[in-house]
Design a protein around this ligand. Structure first.
Ligand code: GDP
Length: 443
């Protein structure tokens, strides 16, 4: 996300930082480029003007220009102002008050409401809440099925809505059902249309009045840029939104919607969708995102990502297996899949300060993802028994596996050899500590 904007801004800042001394003229020049970069990123015109004016006012002060590191200071001011533009302090879901709490998801058709409902269910469960998915889009029967399918995948309960029911009744009955089942957050997936439509809006107002939701989240496709902002304004006028979820952010190189929507609507972005999978949801932290745009990295998000995908009990189980050299190809495959779930290596590099340039240099270099897919294909072609003890494989089985996974038999041999070495090494390290790997000091 924000790739093209980030590239532009980072090259402007390289220039500004390069100046030992800064004068008004070079700051003005730099800001002119910042302004162009933001406009090209499809940020709202007025938002850009206010932003640049604020940065200019602060940057022109004597204490900045006269300081020893004026370039750094200007970058810091831009960073601070960008944090404000993106919403200032991070604001999580506000679910205090009545139980079950109710979150209403609203927005146009195709914006990603249903997917986001499922993503939020997963997020809430990780926060030790008990979510209840409530399909209230009765006009598109497929929407009910879609949410039930996602709920099934997640193992989260969903209310049995039918197309004949009225959305308000669905919410009321779902709330009673939630109380009976001991569930504490309702996620209501409402109907969307292709355009704003009066009847639809009336229905949403009626649901709001009846259900009294703690959160009304407007879901919008980030790729639609200023259209998303304009539609948000309309929804906000009628419903008084509490927050915004921008979806499809992973593909949005420009970031116009993200950088304008808070200033224009006054409502904070609470989450961003980063892909189609239910785990592809990120909590939106304005300060971290600003750092990412300005090439300062975002280590905190990287750590959270890693933590979210590792389960403590499983980690301990794994450790035991390693100690006993019982770590087999099944476990290896699971770990490899987990690593891939964290996203591409390229995506992770972007989160590390200063790694942006390295990422560019890597260019066409073979990404380990490809290698991992190949290894996984080989492991998939083995039988469960072979995965547990690869020694069972004779020459003809190796040929079959190579054929089944579309690789050469040498590739299978390399994988098995490497795995065997890894297993030995793990056992050594786990039982004797990392010192066991040091080369012997005397022959
Ligand atoms: P709804 O009509 O608002 O309920 O939208 P859906 O949840 O059905 O989503 C519409 C399409 O957008 C589906 O194909 C989703 O998989 C896709 N989608 C939703 N969120 C994201 C996201 O964050 N990234 C990407 N790439 N696709 C998304």
């Amino acid at each position: 996300m924000f790739d093209s904007l980030a590239d532009r801004l980072q090259s402007v800042f390289k220039k500004i930082r390069g100046h030992g001394r800064l004068d008004e003229k070079s700051v003005q020049e730099g800001l002119r480029e910042v302004r162009l970069a933001l406009l090209e990123a499809d940020v709202n015109f007025k938002v850009v003007k206010d932003f640049v004016d604020r940065v200019r006012d602060r940057a022109m002060g004597q204490d900045v220009l006269g300081s020893l590191t004026p370039g750094q200071q200007v970058v810091k001011i831009v960073h601070d102002e960008m944090v404000e533009l993106l919403g200032g302090e991070h604001l999580g879901l506000q679910l205090q008050g009545k139980t079950p709490a109710i979150i209403m998801l609203v927005g146009l058709q195709g914006s990603g409401k249903t997917t986001t409902a499922a993503k939020l269910a997963l997020h809430l469960r990780r926060m030790k809440r008990s979510p209840y998915l409530v399909p209230a889009d009765v006009y598109r029967p497929a929407a009910i099925d879609q949410l039930h399918t996602l709920a099934g995948q997640l193992g989260v309960p969903a209310f049995a809505s039918t197309p004949e029911m009225k959305p308000v009744d669905i919410c009321m009955q779902a709330r009673e059902e939630a109380v009976r089942k001991g569930l504490d957050v309702l996620l209501v997936d409402t109907a969307g249309r292709l355009h704003i439509d009066e009847l639809l809006m009336e229905e949403l107002v009626a649901i709001k009045a009846a259900a009294g939701p703690q959160e009304i989240l407007f879901v919008a496709d980030a790729m639609t840029g200023q259209d998303a902002v304009n539609v948000a304004v309309k929804f906000d006028e009628l419903l008084d939104l509490t927050g915004i979820v921008l979806t499809k952010m992973e593909g949005d190189a420009r970031g116009g919607a993200a950088l304008s929507i808070k200033s224009v609507t006054g409502k904070p972005i609470k989450f961003v969708g980063m892909g189609e999978k239910v785990s592809d949801l990120e909590v939106f932290h304005p300060d971290r995102v600003a750092s990412r745009i300005l090439g300062m990295g975002d280590i905190l998000s990287l750590i959270e990502k890693a933590q979210g995908s590792i389960d403590q009990a499983e980690a301990e189980e794994l450790q035991k297996k390693m100690q006993k050299a019982e770590f087999n190809l099944d476990d290896f495959r699971t770990q490899m899949r987990r690593l891939r779930k964290l996203g591409s290596l390229e995506g992770m590099l972007k989160l590390i300060p200063g790694m942006g340039d390295l990422r560019k240099q890597m260019g066409e270099m073979k990404m380990p993802e490809k290698e991992m897919s190949r290894m996984e294909a080989i492991i998939n072609s083995m039988t469960p028994a072979e995965r547990k003890s690869p020694k069972l494989m004779n020459a003809s089985r190796k040929m079959r596996v190579a054929k089944g996974s579309g690789v050469k038999v040498q590739d299978v041999n390399v994988l098995l050899r490497n795995f065997e070495q890894m297993q030995k090494m793990m056992k050594k390290v786990m039982t004797a500590g990392p010192g066991a790997l040091k080369a012997p000091t005397s022959p």
